[in-house]
Design a protein around this ligand. Structure first.
Ligand code: ZN
Length: 53
């Protein structure tokens, strides 16, 4: 048995939070969320915030 190989396959590759882009869009201005991965309200480049429904 190759335990070392099996173990690496079972662990998902984790990406850092900074690499995960938020795909949220401001419903008022259509600007994209600039926060990346986050919790809570989205925010665009001008500081406007919104929440998903
Ligand atoms: Zn967002």
């Amino acid at each position: 048995m190759d335990l070392a190989k099996r173990r690496t396959q079972e662990w998902p590759v984790l990406r850092s939070a900074q690499e995960v882009e938020c795909d949220g869009r401001n419903p008022r201005s259509e600007e994209r969320c600039v926060l990346g991965h986050h919790q809570g309200p989205h925010r665009d480049v001008v500081g406007d915030q919104w929440l998903d429904d």
